[in-house]
Design a protein around this ligand. Sequence first.
Ligand SMILES: Cc1cc2nc3c(=O)[nH]c(=O)nc-3n(C[C@H](O)[C@H](O)[C@H](O)COP(=O)(O)OP(=O)(O)OC[C@H]3O[C@@H](n4cnc5c(N)ncnc54)[C@H](O)[C@@H]3O)c2cc1C
Length: 387
Amino acid sequence: MTTALALARSGFRVVVLEQAERLEETGAGIQLSPNATRVLGALGLRDELGQRGVAPAALRVMAAASGREILRMPLGEPAAKRYGAPYWLVHRGDLQAALAAAVARNLHITLKLGLHVDDFVAHANGVTVSAHGRAGVVDERGTALIAADGLWSAMRAQIGYGGVPRFAGRTAWRALVPAKDVAPQCRDPLIQLWLGRDAHLVHYPVKGGNLINIVAIMEDSWNAPGWSEPAARADLLPRFSPRHWAPQALSLVSAPEAWLKWALYDRRPLLSWSQGPVALVGDAAHPMLPYLAQGAAMAIEDAAVVAHHLARMPDDPTAALRAYSAERRARAWRVQRLAARNGARYHLTGLRAVARNALMRTLGGAWLLRHYDWLYDWRPPHAYSSS
Ligand SMILES: Cc1cc2nc3c(=O)[nH]c(=O)nc-3n(C[C@H](O)[C@H](O)[C@H](O)COP(=O)(O)OP(=O)(O)OC[C@H]3O[C@@H](n4cnc5c(N)ncnc54)[C@H](O)[C@@H]3O)c2cc1C
């Protein structure tokens, strides 16, 4: 939907084909860093998301066993000033609702639900996409096809980049709990990251601080595609031993009864994300592990860049999509690599964990924020830089 909004803003008429029959709320939060909120703001979503989201004052990193703070990276006002755009913690349902409302208001976008895209054919006049739904097979014709079909992208295989996602040997367990059910320190407007033995825990408030989003990531052999496998607290708790986790973390993971679990995957970086008038965006192009909270942010950046190049070369979508892919590739690779590296660092044990914590303490939160300037200070192409 972000890509559709960006394209409509550039003057294109857009048809979105989505296989889901309804847009339902996924019960999870999402961090939106300034590189993403800048684009969303320019697409007219600043007020709505600003009202629904929480602006965290800092990222607080803690050692799981001792419960001691390792560092605090300032976000909130300092980051908003530094990057000219806020950092938001949002419920995924709120982000989806804001995008869906903007799409519904936009006369240049038609959202068609319940249509599974099967195939496409590129021809001299553009591309014809065929999809099926309850009412049978539907063909849509356009000048270009932008495939935003996620990690398991079928369109990626169709443009010649087959292969299956690689299981990362970890599972993310997610839950949302009412803020009143957790300790007061867990309600603070902070992203709290606990680095533990073969596991880490992230939590932050969403829905104006009324709900707490919790994600526990641990080494695991269970894996299956999908976003929302129901999981039980009884299966999670034995993995959090009081020897390795401080009481505050233990009480937090004990709060939700119901969890959803989700196996983590990535894919090898691709050299190109386009073929003729077809291009991939988001996880379809560059799925990444979630240890930098950047997967959706990269998809949102893609939206602005792909729309920019198509607007520059409306009569030559092949060249426009090639230019988009060439512009985005190095940055997405860098983010994919750094996310994977963070994943290894987060789960260190023994002396290596002690050394990691000591180094982080020495460098400090202000250093860490500066270190991420290249990531958060990304500017979209000119047309999207302000609303
Ligand atoms: C535990 C975890 C935490 C995360 N936290 C963050 C975070 O804090 N910040 C962040 O930026 N990112 C985060 N991410 C990453 C983020 O969720 C993804 O990168 C993002 O959802 C990718 O968006 P997408 O639109 O490319 O794909 P998806 O969100 O997977 O959407 C793909 C869409 O395509 C539809 N579709 C698929 N195939 C077809 C078809 N053939 N026909 C029609 N429709 C189809 C699907 O139904 C779906 O709606 C996290 C990921 C995980 C696993």
